[in-house]
Design a protein. Sequence first.
Length: 458
Amino acid sequence: KQGRSLLSLASSALLLRAWMVAPIDFLCFPCVSHGIIFCICAALLTFAGGLLDPDWPSGCGLGEAVLAYFADPSCQPLAPICWKNATVADGPGRGDSFLTVVWQDGVNAFQRLHASYVLKASDKSPCLPPHAVTDASKCTGTSCNHFEDALQDAVGADLRDSSGNKCHCIVLLTHNHQRCSPLARKHCPQTCRQIDGFLKGRECFSPKQTLPLFQRYARWRWYSQAMQDSVLHILLLRPDKALPLSQEPFFVEFGYSWHRLSNTEYLKQLGWRGLRFDDKNHQPSSYLHKEEINASSIVKIFRAYDVPQDVDFVSIDIDSCDLWVFLALVTPPSPYRPRLVQLEYNRHFGFHEEVLLDCTSGGPPWADEWPMEFPPERSDVYGASLQAIVNAARAEGYELVWVEKCFDVFLVRSDLICAGHELPRGLFHFQDFVAQRGEHRCGDDDEWFAQEVGNEFR
């Protein structure tokens, strides 16, 4: 009884707290772990059965100006100096209680934190109440970061999926190609409004309209090597104007090493199904299978693992014949036409060069007899140049939509792009996206790392 009373008291205090401007009070103790803010009372409230206030606004949007808590070990939330101007860089679409902000001070980069530690610049109200929690119990398959859409929807509504099983409002978003039924609109108004906007905006994808979003907000990462996570969020997870997806989104990644440098871990944590391949490692629990990927084997491997023919996302990073593998995958008689492809390019080739590694034999030209002391991926001939990838992709019905500087090209299937909304030819937006000796263009520790081999392999 005493335990339930204490939880009830904490719940009531936190519900009252939802209308306050200050980000914490004496009942809500902040914890900092790896730069992430947690609220102890939020965890208690989960077990107490506390619900989000039905009138609470659904978070802060992409690009919104905010005041965010700078979670430095030397800071305390009550200190005004620890709250800094920032901009929301992900916003709605992922379905959890966290936000990623980019700082406006020009010194620090980005930070992920609980949305109650982010205040709207307009009225200083928190983007979410402190008891907003991420609920992983609604995930299908492995662990992910979805939370129940309870902000303006009924909780525990008697909804049924296509198999007749009970489901929650958030499940509707996993079937966002379908319009809401009258029953769903009654119990899940917030979700259904989101789906209506989703369907209206996803008839086609506009690279022109999305380019400014990449330029401003593709500046954060949770798992990826560079800022690929933020690119995928803008491309795939925005509530509207994002890339059309299949009913059950699916990814494939080549060259996976571990989740902290993965191009697909962000999607996996959100409940996407998928496959990963590597020529050295095998761990099915992480979707990872040991396979040697090349232009000759790629279609056979896709068939063996039952990859959907219009798979939503394919990431290719094998440091050698990447472009050749892409062409083998999307060129007839192959039946596969991925919606989105991420392809590594060689930062050391010049912007105007149209060159690539000679893989006409089916693999790298040196076979098993690499003539140098350093590995091939540290040479100046791995992969292909930016221009070579873009021109080859256009010939096979894919358009460039973004370049992650010095790392990857993002390509979208042409039939998914709104007519007249392609990026201008010439790639002038990306002229400085290649490495240059003596210049700091790439912004990472490697910058120019290639060792010269010669032209015989190009």
